[in-house]
Design a protein around this ligand. Sequence first.
Ligand SMILES: *Cc1c(COP(=O)(O)O)cnc(C)c1O
Length: 364
Amino acid sequence: MTRPIIAEISSSALRHNLQVARNHAPQARIMAAVKANAYGHDVRVCAPVLTAAGVDAFAVASLEEAETLQALALNKPICLLGGPFTAEEVLLATERAYWLVIHEDRQLAWLESQIPHRALQIFIKVDTGMHRLGFAPERLGEVFAKLQSYPHWQVLGLMSHLARSDCPQDPFNDQQIAVFERMVKAYSGRTLGQHSLANSGAVLSLPSTHQYWVRPGLMMYGLSPFTGKNGVDLGLQPVLSWQSEIVATRHLQAGDWLGYGATWQAAEACRVGVVAAGYGDGYPRQLGSGAAIRVAGQETRTLARVSMDMLFVDITHIQADIGSKVTLMGGEGPTLESLAQQLDTIPYEMGCRIQMRVPRSLRA
Ligand SMILES: *Cc1c(COP(=O)(O)O)cnc(C)c1O
């Protein structure tokens, strides 16, 4: 028996969420974002399930992530959302037939400098207003003029990213959509017409953005991009359930102190469970006192400071003992959305925080 900590990944929830994306964007192909180790859910666990469920392509953030995915031999296109970071990466991407998102002049120069006779499929990223990556709209003419000398580079389509799709009513979306549509109209003829704009928020709420490829990430994992809503509210199923166990219990008397810093004092006699999970596993230290947590199917709260490998739970008023199952987040525990809100962050970050020493395991 090893340390009792695990993040269970639900394959049925992954399949369900992919289907929800399909239902929202029935005309589009689905490029699932699995960057950052599938938002911390483990790409090696999630990508085969999504492949078997018929996902059309994968999107990652780096060549290393692409290589991890490639090693799984899933035979789906892999798109590097940030394109190459060096000239050498162009070479490897060409060998592997990765799709590159080109957003900068220096990337065009790298393309020109590397074996320019091998076929290469690219997206041209256009900055429609987020001002993160992409060529300014007025520069696209120049970019496409340059590309004309390299007919073996196939431009799949134009790509852009929305800054405010978490807030579908925001007119900022309309502005970005209008710019994108204008660019599509002007340059589509020089591409294969495989344009892409929508991430999860837009898949769910902005149908005019769906184009040829949609690029959902967060919703694949059953999480909601919209503040004040859970994945379940959107018809999604949470994929991750982070579990551990109580490995020791304590009876405290009124006045006893608990944990590092002796910062928490028992106001009355109480019973405490010690759980084998801590900030070294990615459980946020800020959730140390009073955060919701589920123990043996009953809701309770954390107590005192979170240690690196352990944390405390209040089991005074619940049925629990050594060996009782603890759900830290997801599954039947508190939602990642609710904990994110408490931490003043977004659900995107929650899975990414879970360290690799927590094994991910697939369940039906
Ligand atoms: C991460 C990312 C996505 C996926 O976004 P979600 O909001 O998780 O659906 C799509 N496109 C780009 C360019 C991204 O970086």
